[in-house]
Design a protein around this ligand. Structure first.
Ligand code: GLN
Length: 548
């Protein structure tokens, strides 16, 4: 443990462009420092004015990662939890929106006692206050703070300024790491250092000197480039870490350790790892992932894939990683196929084309588009014994599909799609109704961790191995209590319910009728970790193996 008032801060900033793996670098640094015996906490700063990530379109911003507390955060928070196993707290996520909202509300309440309130120093002070709140809440020795965006953006300057102020007060306790991109233009055939130099100079103009550079590139940095960066960016050569593209993000901490990044960071902060840096368990997992050879074909049916001419899978990153963790543990290499549910709606693709899959997942979603296609996909999985896992919307639509096609409730629907349906088997939760009437959308769903009681003798009771679980939620609609009896009599088993029995948290079909048809109102993917694969995903993958 570090001494009182000796808390350490590492700021991770991005140079040149976005999308170069700042989040993975931050997670990996967290992993290494944690493995060196220090208590760490990871903070993500998003410079946008949205108060949280909940109101953003996943195709544009990627997955919304829900914390135990219910805060709707950035997908990087998911990486932090997966790499370190730490359950993030509310204060570990900061947006400009949160900061400004707080300061403006405080001003309205005369909290500044008649003073003129300004970005500098009031916004910066509020950022520092939040960073300190987070370290206290997490009782950490070292805070690793990832500032979203790139150096040179107008939006993130206040956060870099907060870092500068912290360093000014305590120079030995604060480090800045620049994660930068070094392009190797095909026509030139040589790695270029100049963009990174400009990023470093821009940072200097803020009064901040980078202490380390993590040099992201398609290939390894050579000696010549290291020397050049060291001189032009004013950084010791040993603090320039080569970070070439590698096969798996989970290799990154191991790769950093080849350059001894952990002990270099600790040394710069005046700390020392007492028992070395122990990444044994992590290396074991990485080895398992590499040795997993047997292939399984798994389809994920969603709609947040397309962006222009590109396919993006970021919207479902936690689902994808959860599949991988359970698969690797069983020696399986999952081959994932994205099904655009809209194709199955218009019947441009026939459900029979799903025959080749060993398992199908329908993840969470919102709104009308692609819903018919999702239901056609679910129907095919149900009728043809393909292992099926439904998540949130995936469960609601599985219930609608069952009601329509098995129980012959022809108008069965969710009121999310048809508010006037004669058979609202999925209805809005009563407390949600009022919120929508007031257009109160931000952060108002049923969010975060809630318990579910598992029913004896069911598939999920067996795979979880316990009778009560806590899982994370994000929804406004629920199985309509008025239809539960009918649905149960018709063959749906609600194997997980809220403790008061009102909310249906898990549904399954009898293993006599289907090898594995399980769906959850919650999002188990948010709690799957490399070193702790999620039982539901493991159960699903096992069923896929059996089917094959
Ligand atoms: N749209 C559904 C609801 O709000 C499902 C949400 C989800 O899949 N996360 O209840």
């Amino acid at each position: 443990m570090t001494k009182k008032n000796n808390h350490k801060y590492i700021f991770v900033l991005g140079g040149v462009m976005s999308g170069i793996g700042k989040g993975i670098a931050t997670s990996s640094i967290g992993k290494i420092l944690q493995a060196s015996g220090f208590r760490i906490n990871l903070i993500k700063i998003d410079p946008y004015l949205n108060v949280d990530a909940g109101t953003m379109n996943p195709t544009e911003h990627g997955e919304v990662f829900v914390l135990d507390s219910g805060l709707e955060s950035d997908q990087d928070m998911g990486n932090y939890e997966r790499f370190t196993g730490i359950t993030s707290t509310n204060d570990d996520y900061i947006t400009s929106g949160m900061v400004y909202k707080y300061v403006i509300e405080k001003e309205r309440n005369l909290g500044y006692k008649g003073k003129c309130v300004e970005a500098i120093p009031d916004i910066v002070n509020e950022i520092v206050r939040r960073i300190k709140l987070s370290e206290q809440e997490d009782r950490s020795d070292i805070s690793i703070i990832e500032v979203g965006g790139t150096i040179g953006d107008y939006q993130n300057t206040m956060f870099i300024e907060a870092g500068r102020i912290l360093k000014l007060k305590n120079p030995k306790n604060v480090l800045f790491i620049l994660v930068s991109h070094l392009p190797v233009p095909a026509k030139v055939g040589e790695m270029k250092t100049r963009p990174t130099r400009i990023a470093s100079q821009t940072l200097n103009s803020y009064g901040v000197q980078a202490d380390f550079i993590i040099a992201r590139s398609s290939v390894k940095l050579d000696k010549k480039r290291k020397e050049k960066l060291a001189t032009s960016c004013n950084i010791p050569e040993k603090n320039i870490i080569s970070a070439p593209d590698i096969e798996s993000i989970y290799d990154v901490p191991i790769n950093f350790e080849l350059d001894k990044l952990g002990s270099k960071l600790l040394k710069s902060l005046g700390l020392k790892a007492l028992n070395g840096i122990d990444l044994k368990e992590w290396k074991n997992f990485v080895l398992k992932s590499k040795n997993a050879k047997k292939k399984l074909n798994i389809a994920i049916a969603g709609k947040y894939f397309g962006t222009g001419n590109f396919i993006l899978s970021d919207s479902y990153i936690s689902v994808i990683e959860a599949i991988k963790f359970s698969s690797y543990n069983l020696g399986i290499r999952p081959v994932l196929t994205w099904l655009n549910s809209k194709d199955f709606d218009r019947a441009t693709r026939k459900p029979s084309s799903l025959k080749k899959f060993d398992g199908i997942i329908v993840p969470g979603g919102f709104g009308e588009s692609g819903v018919g296609g999702k239901m056609n996909i679910i129907k095919y999985a149900r009728e043809n014994g393909i292992p099926f896992l439904g998540l949130c919307y995936g469960m609601q639509l599985a219930v609608v599909e069952y009601a329509r096609n098995v129980l012959e409730i022809k108008n069965a629907n969710t009121v999310e799609i048809d508010p006037n349906t004669a058979d609202p088997v999925i209805d809005i939760m009563p407390e949600q109704k009022k919120k929508l009437e007031k257009n109160d959308y931000g952060g108002t769903m049923r969010l975060g961790s809630y318990p579910a009681i598992l029913k004896e003798g069911t598939i999920v009771r067996k795979i979880y191995g316990v009778d009560k679980v806590n899982e994370r939620h994000r929804h406004r609609y629920e199985i309509n209590p008025e239809y539960i009896q009918k649905l149960e009599e018709g063959g749906i088993i609600f194997s997980g319910k809220s403790p008061n029995g009102r909310l249906m948290e898990i549904m399954e079909l009898s293993s006599k009728d289907h090898p594995f048809f399980v769906a959850t109102q919650f999002h188990p993917e948010f709690k799957a970790q490399p070193l702790l694969p999620h039982p539901l995903f493991t159960g699903f993958i096992k069923a896929c193996i059996n089917k094959k």
